[in-house]
Design a protein around this ligand. Structure first.
Ligand SMILES: [Zn+2]
Length: 175
């Protein structure tokens, strides 16, 4: 690409980013708008405003994913009667594994469909269609397995990533 085209592309990208940011900050408080205009609004706060707007259609009844959900799986593993876990409660016997989510149960499929519908709507938002944004959904199965009796339990993490104004806005849910 000749240098002049590079400059134009850079300017266009800069203008788009500025437009996206000024549109987003309009959804903030008066104080945040003032802070943005003065150039002192932290990037994380701006990203939070944009995330709140873009993720508005994803049901608020969905449980947000967190690392502690994965940790708590160890307490839900069902052991056989003869498993020594039942006597010693040796938590070190639990092994964790993450894999692509292949099979989903009914309530998980319903939650996934709800998220997919919200993401389709999000994809039509002007910030995405006029910008160079994109939305992606990935699902991961987190397994906890007793290394002795092979009893297991799992939870599905659903990660939604939106690219917006050169940033990645992420929100994670449990299916
Ligand atoms: Zn066990």
């Amino acid at each position: 690409m000749p240098p002049t085209e590079n400059v134009v592309a850079t300017m266009q990208a800069h203008n788009l980013r500025t437009w996206l940011e000024t549109e987003a900050v309009k959804h903030g408080t008066d104080e945040q708008i003032d802070a943005y205009n003065r150039g002192i609004l932290p990037d994380a706060e701006l990203a939070t405003i944009a995330r709140t707007v873009l993720f508005a259609d994803i049901s608020t009844t969905l449980v947000r994913w967190s690392g502690s959900l994965r940790h708590k799986l160890r307490y839900r593993v069902r052991h056989t009667a003869s498993c020594s876990f039942n006597k010693s409660h040796n938590l070190a016997l639990i092994a964790f594994e993450a894999a692509d989510a292949a099979e989903l149960e009914l309530h998980e499929r319903e939650n996934l469909r709800n998220i997919e519908a919200a993401v389709r709507k999000m994809s039509t938002h002007p910030w995405i269609t006029r910008g160079d944004g994109s939305v992606a959904i990935t699902t991961t199965a987190h397994w906890a397995e007793c290394t002795e009796c092979k009893g297991e339990e799992r939870a599905i993490q659903c990660r939604v990533v939106v690219t917006w104004a050169g940033r990645e806005l992420v929100r994670e849910f449990q299916l």
